[in-house]
Design a protein around this ligand. Structure first.
Ligand SMILES: Cc1ncc(C[n+]2csc(CCOP(=O)(O)OP(=O)(O)O)c2C)c(N)n1
Ligand code: SF4
Ligand SMILES: [Mg+2]
Length: 344
């Protein structure tokens, strides 16, 4: 990420530079004698540094603005390409102002997307992407925050943060690249690996039952729960758009074939099994009915499982934030000594 991406409009004062010289207040009052010194070489001044060419205008996310100088290092055929395209489609179609979006990435092949999107972003520690996103939203609740992370990152090392974020209905969108393996570390068992699957770390078959992400989200009171497939980019784009627009916590778990290390859950496997909830009688407003859907394995439902139309996000329940985002509130009047003395 270039330094320009780190200079937010807030940091650079919306591009206004302080006036350090004005010809108006620098008029000579006494006529000066003309200098007759010998000619010396005159240094050419540096051209002015342009920090923000359009300080007064919002820059909206577009395909061009998203373009980073780095091309993905993912294996040819990786499902991450489909997710990446769907995310870029969604961001472009939603017309978000660039300065209002932050993407927080986990560690994994999925999180490597940090280098391939030119947006404000943060590459968190493994398992800590959600915790960082929740903190960012608390500091500035005007931001749209999206988390891009793997199944290992989210349902393994970061599982506690996943559950807490849902219980609090924190207003972030979580996109989980569910390839059912640890991809970046070359194919070990992940929390969503099916029992009995042979992987590098379980050559005799995975001994544990897999996590049921949608079921877990339902029992943790998540207010928007969906599942997509990287092999259907248009459908996934629409799911991501709905998730980002949802007020409160939104999960999109995504079937994302790992071409190199998962020889079971392939494109072919999913193409034969997925069906679309919206093409059935199913309505995403009943948790018990949605719960039953999560146990279907011969055929795999994708689409929105549950949406709470009355969702109130966490930050709207805090009176402390009524005066505006914490990042914009003054701390001049805060008496930290009094607060700290309670704990001494
Ligand atoms: C704290 C910590 N624990 C473990 C690792 C090692 N590690 C890096 S990526 C990874 C797993 C990635 O799997 P997943 O989150 O499913 O992402 P994928 O690569 O499949 O997209 C692990 C265990 C690490 N980098 N940091
Ligand atoms: S290892 Fe798997 S998840 Fe990682 S880039 Fe390759 S195909 Fe994709
Ligand atoms: Mg994974």
């Amino acid at each position: 990420m270039s330094i320009n991406r780190l200079l937010t409009p807030a940091l650079i004062g919306k591009g206004h530079m302080p006036t350090i010289f004005s010809s108006d207040n620098h008029q000579p009052t006494v006529e000066q004698p003309v200098a007759t010194a010998p000619a010396v070489p005159v240094a050419t001044p540096n051209p002015p540094v342009v920090i923000d060419p359009n300080p007064e205008k919002h820059a909206y996310i577009s395909k061009a603005s998203l373009k980073s100088p780095y091309f993905p290092t993912w294996c040819p055929g990786c499902g991450n390409f489909g997710v990446w395209t769907a995310l870029k489609n969604a961001l472009t179609e939603l017309q978000l102002p660039e300065e209002n979006l932050v993407i927080v990435y986990g560690v994994g092949c999925s999180g490597n997307m940090a280098d391939f999107n030119r947006v404000y972003g943060f590459h968190a520690l493994h398992g800590r992407a959600i915790a960082n996103a929740v903190a960012m939203k608390a500091a500035n609740h005007n931001l749209k925050i999206i988390v891009v992370a793997g199944d290992g990152d989210t349902y393994g090392e970061g599982l506690n943060h996943f559950i807490s974020a849902m219980r609090g209905n924190h207003d972030i969108t979580l996109l989980v690249h569910d390839n059912q393996v640890y991809g970046l570390t070359t194919g070990q068992t992940a929390p969503t690996t099916d029992k009995g699957t042979k992987t590098k770390s379980t050559p005799f078959g995975a001994p544990e039952v897999p996590i049921n992400p949608i079921g877990l989200a339902l029992t943790s009171d998540a207010t928007f729960i969906a599942r997509g497939f990287s092999g259907n980019i248009r459908h996934l784009t629409d799911l991501i758009k709905r998730a980002v627009q949802h007020p409160g916590f939104s999960l999109v778990d995504m079937f994302q074939p790992c071409f190199t290390f998962n020889k079971v859950n392939t494109y072919h496997y999913f193409k034969e099994r997925v069906y679309y909830l919206e093409e059935t009688e199913f309505q995403p407003n009943h948790k018990v009915v949605a719960w039953e859907k999560t146990f279907e394995h011969d055929k795999l439902p994708i689409g929105v499982f549950y949406e709470d139309s009355y969702s109130v996000p966490f930050h709207q329940t805090l009176t402390q934030l009524e005066a505006g985002p914490l990042a914009r509130q003054s701390i001049a009047e805060v008496n930290m000594d009094a607060a700290i003395s309670n704990y001494l």
